[in-house]
Design a protein around this ligand. Structure first.
Ligand SMILES: Cc1cc2nc3c(=O)[nH]c(=O)nc-3n(C[C@H](O)[C@H](O)[C@H](O)COP(=O)(O)OP(=O)(O)OC[C@H]3O[C@@H](n4cnc5c(N)ncnc54)[C@H](O)[C@@H]3O)c2cc1C
Length: 402
């Protein structure tokens, strides 16, 4: 007699939703056939060299608009689609993956703003025949983590400034290491409102980069990720309309944290891809190289190394799929990460129509300064609101691209 211990429930990380599985295969083909043969040359080229042809081909597949909702011409595949695609491209060339990843990061505040006007203005441009890139501008010369970690904020020095002047803001300052800044159409920029200590008045803006007062460059000469260009962005009296503020004045730190948390799933996809690319190479070598009269993989130590790599990569892949799925479905944070994406949409939605939402959102930076937990604050239901933007889900939370 045979017995089964459990009914046939299925929990299968190998089976992606069909649309994402198909996209993964398309991107893999592009990565292996087109990107991989160019990877070494791209990494050895002068710092300012950029392969637009490669970007054009990636754009044709949709890599510049993976999470952009279908109504704006995007693929509508959410963070899961982004992370899966990033793994495939990064296995061939992580720098090329970051060209597309940074573009998606630049789009993120607009996607999560829940603001249909901003979405209609800034998202359709990614669906044209020619590739358009975006970027996310946080880092500065003196302030790196000080613009990301709430308890660091009051120590930040020389932070880019913003001043309200009637129906617009005036931005002054310089950003550094900004991936895609050389070519991007717009940037998601974080600047500190004048009169606020350090970075305690951080505010998030969408800034058109082809306008007077913006200058791009020089390009940083990096040790890796050379296929994407990281450059300075300088802002001299740059005018930004009030409607381009994301999440309301003084909420930049919360938005920055939320955005970074969301990006982690795709960055983990890139890291998994790098590891997979390395393992593919090691595996090939073990199947070619003969020592002691036999191929390397027949030596127990080499075989064990490969098996360990495979197990770690599988674990990393499962973790990023799990994380991306949580971002897309607003599921609760895993206990291992106190600042998790499920908290984020509430922050974006502080642009709420209700006064209570707006005032609570305004209070956030002060509460963060007092050391309250960012994730817990941002999860509070009264910070939610603003139905209407593409991706707004059943619970009043945005589900990008679904
Ligand atoms: C390939 C690449 C692409 C990039 N692209 C972009 C981009 O597109 N846009 C952008 O804005 N930036 C970009 N950056 C910059 C990157 O985001 C910054 O390097 C990062 O924010 C950290 O800043 P920093 O390098 O100045 O480190 P620092 O802020 O100087 O930090 C140095 C170390 O101190 C630690 N530290 C700081 N504060 C604390 C604390 N309170 N507690 C414990 N440890 C602490 C940090 O963890 C870190 O290990 C890119 C960087 C790279 C390498």
């Amino acid at each position: 007699m045979t017995t089964t211990l459990a009914p046939s429930f299925e929990l299968n990380f190998d089976v992606l939703p069909p649309e994402i599985q198909k996209f993964k295969e398309t991107v893999r083909e592009f990565a292996q056939d087109v990107v991989l043969p160019r990877a070494q040359e791209l990494d050895q080229a002068p710092a300012a060299d950029f392969d637009w042809e490669l970007v054009k081909q990636g754009h044709a597949l949709g890599l510049t608009r993976v999470a952009v909702p279908k109504q704006y011409g995007g693929l509508g595949l959410g963070m899961l689609g982004i992370a899966v695609a990033m793994e495939q491209v990064a296995a061939a060339c992580p720098g090329t993956a970051l060209v597309f990843g940074a573009t998606m990061l630049g789009q993120t505040p607009i996607l999560y703003s829940g603001d249909p006007q901003l979405q209609a203005r800034y998202l359709p441009m990614f669906a044209g025949d020619e590739p358009v890139l975006a970027c996310n501008a946080v880092t500065e010369d003196a302030a790196g983590c000080d613009l990301i970690i709430p308890e660091n904020a009051r120590h930040a020095v020389d932070v880019m400034s913003a001043r309200r002047d009637g129906d617009h803001y005036v931005l002054n300052g310089r950003k550094k290491f900004i991936t895609n800044a050389r070519f991007a159409a717009f940037a998601s920029v974080f600047a500190n409102m004048e009169g606020h200590e350090g970075a305690t008045g951080l505010t998030s803006f969408i800034v058109d980069l082809d306008q007077p007062g913006v200058s791009r460059g020089p390009v940083a000469d990096k040790m890796g990720y050379r296929a994407c260009l990281g450059s300075e962005l300088t802002f001299e009296n740059v005018i930004v309309p009030v409607e381009n503020v994301i999440g309301g004045e003084l909420n930049g730190m919360a938005i920055n944290i939320a955005q970074s948390n969301m990006a982690r799933a795709s960055v983990a996809g890139i890291s998994t891809g790098v590891a997979q690319g390395a393992m593919d190479k090691a595996l090939n070598w073990c199947g070619e190289r003969v020592q002691g009269g036999q191929l390397l993989y027949k030596h127990q130590f080499s075989a064990q190394k490969i098996a360990e790599m495979a197990a770690k990569i599988d674990a990393a892949r499962m973790l990023y799929l799990y994380a991306a799925n949580k971002v897309d479905n607003q599921l609760p944070a895993p206990s291992t990460s106190p600042q998790w994406p499920s908290s984020s949409p509430t922050a974006w939605r502080s642009r709420s129509p209700t006064p209570r939402c707006r005032s609570s959102a305004r209070a956030l930076p002060a509460r963060l300064r007092r050391g309250e937990d960012a994730a817990r604050l941002l999860r509070r239901p009264h910070l939610r609101g603003h139905p209407g933007g593409a991706g707004a889900g059943d619970h009043g939370l945005p589900l990008p691209g679904r």
